[in-house]
Design a protein around this ligand. Sequence first.
Ligand SMILES: [Zn+2]
Length: 105
Amino acid sequence: MQNNRPCCVECGKPLLKYTHTVFVQKPGGGGRAKEDVYAVIHTKEEAQRHTNLEVVSVRRGIDGTVDRFGTWDGESWGHEGRGFFCNQTCAANHGYRAAITNEHA
Ligand SMILES: [Zn+2]
């Protein structure tokens, strides 16, 4: 666990890691995105060999092999990875309140 995990500036909850999902294709399978990895992966450690980013989660398909895994760049948090808000709602609420505060300043 990180000690420097930032919190949402609106509601104060700790922000989640902003992760990117990499899809794993079996060799010979059709690709969907440029980040796709062509391999047969069984463990988180194996997934880690396919990226420079930190592998934070893996999901296995029905055959038991990893069909996607989540990567984190070690520094992006929260909504859109900006590090301010946990979600769109908190961002919007914060914006509304700022606008109202300015209007009455
Ligand atoms: Zn929030």
